[in-house]
Design a binder for this molecule. Structure first.
Ligand SMILES: Cc1cc2nc3c(=O)[nH]c(=O)nc-3n(C[C@H](O)[C@H](O)[C@H](O)COP(=O)(O)OP(=O)(O)OC[C@H]3O[C@@H](n4cnc5c(N)ncnc54)[C@H](O)[C@@H]3O)c2cc1C
Length: 451
């Protein structure tokens, strides 16, 4: 048996996405016995590298793709697992959409917010004054107002609304749904920090983060095993799961729950979660997101002095080079239609097929022959039910902290529980590591109370 502060302790980890696997990895190092249960037939969750049928053994990311330089927990984990990363999209993002005169053109993304920059800066200052807390009157006020309502209130020129709609590839929500609080929170963290260096990807696929951890665990994750119920009694946790062998109960000392809120709602807790915490989980929405990976015979979207990545208010959503780090000449273009664009793009795909999408991308250059395509609609994925969490105007900001609040011997993790990196791989990894540390400390407290 391995030695360490948690040796002799059994922990169930529900969910084998990055949060669950980061927790399992950290717990295993402390000597805990770890059982990971995962509903899908693969690990990685919303990190899903697609290798399906692409020519020349190429691949691209259907889920989490871009690792910004600030994602230090992901980058450190990759180093620890001896996975290489490669710089991508060195020229950052541009924007494609209507100009002030209504003409569709490629523009500089940072100027998207120029007409309302002063008003936004004032709100960022106010938000910083409130220590970026979500339980203040400032946060409550910003949380109730949509970005579209605010633009109307400050009498922003009509075309600025289209520019903010271009951010739906990032927020997975249109300005009519997205709360002003979510926008200001994002802006207050200096998101367009180009000096920090280029974004990166994991060589061979981002899912190698997940598969490498899963392989290293003493007990491999139990796949196709769905968590249904969590009971806590005395000093034990009992998880009821449905797996390939039928229904079973797994008993442990602690449970780390990394399920997205949309599926967590279906798990029953005994005793029940505190009402406000249950309400936080119930009311959190996930943004629709359709990813389309298009493999072409040749890269047709590169142009000197122009980025390889664009936000857009168009129905196709954001587009960027999906595999510049791989050998050509074939190349994959990644399309991410978030928020309302997800259903707009789906309508195009069902009415006109992939050709309808390719036609709409001709502003990038003249398309070469299409070799392969792969469409993933995350809102239809039963174990995600959306791309990632969205703070819209219906979510009470005071409930946010409750998403990460421990409940007895149950610890919660996942991108939706993270404050700074919600919606990113880094939020998943750090929250999993946080939950593992919480167990270590809870156990230490128990031990010192008993002795
Ligand atoms: C289209 C898209 C694009 C993205 N782009 C980026 C990006 O460019 N950069 C970035 O940093 N992040 C990006 N993200 C976000 C990033 O992928 C996620 O934040 C992160 O992967 C979430 O990890 P997680 O462990 O919290 O959740 P998940 O990966 O969802 O893991 C939870 C796991 O729980 C399992 N599960 C659910 N219900 C049950 C149950 N009842 N029983 C057992 N198991 C269950 C699920 O199958 C899943 O494997 C993107 C996400 C999407 C969808």
């Amino acid at each position: 048996m391995s030695r360490g502060p948690l040796s002799g302790i059994h922990v169930i980890v529900a969910g084998a996405g990055l949060a669950g696997l980061a927790a399992a990895h950290a717990l295993a190092r402390t000597g805990a016995r770890v059982t990971v249960v995962e509903a899908r037939n693969r690990v990685g969750g919303r990190v899903h590298t697609s290798r399906r049928g692409f020519a020349a053994r190429q691949h691209a990311e259907a889920g989490g793709d871009i690792i910004e330089p600030g994602q230090t927990a992901v980058l450190a984990l990759a180093r620890e697992l001896r996975l290489q990363t490669v710089p991508i999209l060195k020229q950052g993002f541009g924007y494609y959409g209507p100009t002030a005169s209504g003409r569709l053109a490629v523009q500089v993304l940072e100027r998207t917010m120029a007409p309302v920059a002063r008003e936004l800066a004032r709100l960022v200052d106010l938000y910083r004054l409130s220590e970026q807390r979500w339980d203040t009157a400032i946060a409550m006020t910003l949380g109730r107002m949509s970005v579209a309502e605010w633009l109307a209130r400050v009498k922003a020129p009509a075309w600025t609304l289209a520019r903010f709609r271009g951010l739906r590839g990032l927020f997975l929500a249109d300005p009519e749904e997205l709360s002003l609080l979510a926008l200001i929170d994002f802006l207050s963290t200096d998101p367009f920090d180009d000096d920090a260096g280029p974004a990166r990807r994991i060589v061979g696929g981002n899912d190698r983060l997940a598969t490498t951890i899963a392989r290293s665990l003493r007990r491999r994750p139990l796949l196709e095993t769905v968590l249904r119920r969590v009971r806590q009694r005395d000093d034990r946790v009992v998880a009821t799961v449905d797996g390939p062998g039928g229904r079973a109960e797994i008993e442990a000392d602690y449970l780390v729950c990394t399920l997205p809120a949309g599926t967590l709602r279906d798990v029953s807790f005994e005793p029940a979660l505190p009402e406000t915490q249950a309400q936080a989980i119930r009311s959190l929405r996930y943004g629709p997101a359709t990813r389309v990976l298009l493999q072409f015979e040749r890269r047709f979207w590169t142009k000197a002095g122009r980025p390889n990545a664009f936000g857009s208010d168009r129905p196709h959503g954001a587009v960027w080079d999906g595999n510049e780090e791989q050998r050509g000449p074939a190349a994959i273009l990644s399309v991410l239609a978030g928020g309302g664009a997800s259903s707009e793009l789906s309508a195009i795909l069902s009415d006109e097929g992939i050709a309808g999408l390719v036609e709409r991308l001709a502003w990038l250059g003249r398309p070469t022959a299409l070799l392969q395509s792969h469409v993933v609609r995350w809102e239809e994925d039963p174990w995600a039910r959306g791309g990632y969490a969205v703070f819209d105007t219906t979510f009470d900001p005071r409930l946010r902290d409750l998403l990460a609040r421990p409940f007895g011997r149950v610890l919660f993790a996942g991108e939706h529980t993270h404050i700074r990196w919600q919606g990113y791989m880094n939020g998943a990894v750090e929250s999993g590591q946080r939950a593992a540390t919480e167990i270590e400390l809870l156990h230490l407290c128990q031990f010192s109370r008993r002795s």
